[in-house]
Design a protein around this ligand. Structure first.
Ligand SMILES: [Zn+2]
Ligand SMILES: [Zn+2]
Length: 406
C-alpha cells in the first residue's frame, strides 16, 4: 500500500466524509516511524490526482518544520496547473526566492483567477512584504487587504484624513490591520473622535496596543502552533483531566483542559503557567470563560465548577503544542475562518470577527492575548471543537480567559 492507493480508496467511497478521510489518512501516516513524512512527500512528487495531492499536502501542513521536504513537494506541485492549489498549504515553509518567482508568474499572467491564486493568497497572509511591490497589479480584494499587514507608515496620515473628512470607518479598519506601531499610535490618538468605545478598543488592539494601559496587546515573538505527540513540547494539550474545571451553565457537562503553556519554556515574561479550558458540549450557552488556578484549587468566574471527566475532550488524546516561529511577526491582516488547524502562541489574535479583548474579572484591566487554538484536523484526528478559541492572560492576577468564535 502507498498513500496514493490509501487516499484514492477513501476518496472514492461516498459513504466516507471528507473529515473522516482526513482522519484516516492522518492515522495511517502518523503511525509510521517518520510520522509519514517520506510517504507524503513521495506521494506529492508522483501523484497526478488533484484530490490526493490536497490530502497529502494538508497532512504535511499539520507538521512543524520540514522546510526541505515541503519545498521539494511544492516545487513539483507547481509544475502542474491542476495540482498548484495544494501547494498553497505549504506556503509558510517555502523559501522566499520560490515565492517571489511564483508571485511574479501570477502578476505577469495577468489573470486574477489563475491557478496560482491560492499560493499568492497564502503568500499574502504569511509574507505580505513579498507581494507589496506588485500592489498596483493585483486586483483580488482579499490579496490586496492581506498586504495591509506591515504597510508603510506613510499610509497612516491618509487613512486618518479619510476618516476625519469622509467619516469612513473602513479607513480606520484598514489602519488597524496594518498592525504597526505607527497605526496603533494614530488609533490611540483618535479616542475622543470615535464615538463607539468598543469599536475604538477593537481597532487599537488589532493594531497592537491595549486601550487602557497602552501596553502591547500581545507577546513577541509570534509562533505557529502544531498539535504534536506529548513528548515533543512542554506545552501540554489535552489528556484526561479529572481535576476541578468549569461546567457548562446549561447542561452541567464538564469542560476539558485544552492547553497549558509552560512559562519557563517561553521567552515571554509570565508569572505562571496559563491554562485554558473549554466546554465539550455544544450548548453554546456562553462564549467565554475565565479561571484562576491557585494553591487552593481552581476558581471559575461567574459560572459553575465541578470535576472533570476523563472522556470529556477537545484535543484528541494526551498531546502537546509544538511551536515554530511565525513568518508574519506583525500579524495577518485578513480575518480567519476557523477550522484550519491554525494554532498560534504570541503575536496578535487573528479573529474570525474582530472584537475587543476581554477584561480581567479580578482587576478589570484589558487582558493581553497569548494563544489561539483552532478547530480542524490534527495528526491524531479532528479537534472536538467548532471555530476558534482565543486565550488571554492577566499576568498580575494569574487569570486566564478563553473567548470562543465560530
Ligand atoms: Zn452544555
Ligand atoms: Zn487582572
Amino acid at each position: 500500500m502507498n498513500l496514493e492507493l490509501v487516499s484514492r480508496e477513501l476518496i472514492d467511497d461516498d459513504s466516507i466524509s471528507v473529515a473522516e478521510t482526513t482522519d484516516r489518512i492522518a492515522a495511517w501516516l502518523s503511525g509510521q516511524s517518520d510520522r509519514g513524512v517520506g510517504e507524503a512527500v513521495a506521494c506529492l512528487i508522483s501523484t497526478r490526482d488533484r484530490r490526493v495531492a490536497e490530502f497529502a499536502a494538508q497532512y504535511l501542513a499539520l507538521l512543524p518544520g520540514l522546510h526541505g521536504e515541503k519545498t521539494r513537494a511544492a516545487r513539483r506541485l507547481c509544475e502542474h496547473e491542476d495540482l498548484l492549489p495544494a501547494a498553497g498549504r505549504l506556503v509558510p515553509w517555502l523559501p522566499t526566492e520560490l515565492l517571489e518567482e511564483l508571485v511574479k508568474d501570477y502578476v505577469q499572467e495577468g489573470d486574477q483567477d489563475a491557478p496560482l491564486v491560492d499560493v499568492v493568497y497564502e503568500a499574502g497572509l504569511y509574507y505580505p512584504g513579498l507581494l507589496r511591490p506588485y500592489l498596483s497589479r493585483i486586483e483580488d480584494p482579499d490579496i490586496r487587504l492581506s498586504m495591509m499587514s506591515g504597510a508603510p507608515d506613510s499610509y497612516v496620515p491618509g487613512l486618518v484624513e479619510k476618516w476625519r473628512k469622509e467619516g469612513k470607518v473602513g479607513a480606520l479598519d484598514l489602519l488597524s490591520r496594518m498592525r504597526t506601531e505607527a497605526a496603533a499610535q494614530a488609533l490611540l490618538g483618535l479616542r475622543e473622535e470615535i464615538s463607539d468605545p468598543a469599536e475604538w478598543e477593537t481597532f487599537v488592539e488589532m493594531a497592537g496596543r491595549l486601550p487602557d494601559s497602552q501596553e502591547r496587546a500581545g507577546h513577541q515573538p509570534a509562533y505557529m502552533g502544531f498539535v504534536a505527540e506529548s513528548i515533543e513540547s512542554p506545552h501540554v494539550m489535552g489528556g484526561e483531566y479529572t481535576g476541578e474545571c468549569p461546567l457548562c451553565p446549561l447542561c452541567a457537562r464538564p469542560s476539558a483542559l485544552v492547553l497549558t503553556l509552560s512559562a519557563a519554556n517561553l521567552p515571554f515574561p509570565l508569572s505562571g503557567d496559563p491554562s485554558f479550558f473549554w466546554y465539550t458540549c455544544r450548548c453554546y450557552a456562553v462564549d467565554s470563560v475565565s479561571v484562576k488556578i491557585t494553591p487552593d484549587g481552581l476558581g471559575v468566574f461567574g459560572g459553575p465548577r465541578g470535576s472533570g471527566e476523563p472522556d470529556a475532550y477537545i484535543v484528541p488524546g494526551m498531546r502537546s503544542l509544538a511551536l515554530e516561529t511565525h513568518p508574519n511577526q506583525l500579524g495577518i491582516s485578513l480575518d480567519a475562518t476557523g477550522g484550519n488547524a491554525r494554532h498560534q502562541v504570541g503575536g496578535l489574535p487573528r479573529w474570525i470577527t474582530p472584537e475587543p479583548h476581554p477584561r480581567c474579572p479580578e482587576c478589570a484591566r484589558v487582558m493581553r492575548f497569548i494563544a489561539s487554538i483552532d478547530s480542524g484536523p490534527t495528526p491524531f484526528g479532528h479537534m472536538n471543537l467548532d471555530g476558534t478559541l482565543y486565550g488571554f492572560w492577566c499576568d498580575s492576577c494569574q487569570v486566564s480567559s478563553v473567548q470562543h468564535q465560530a
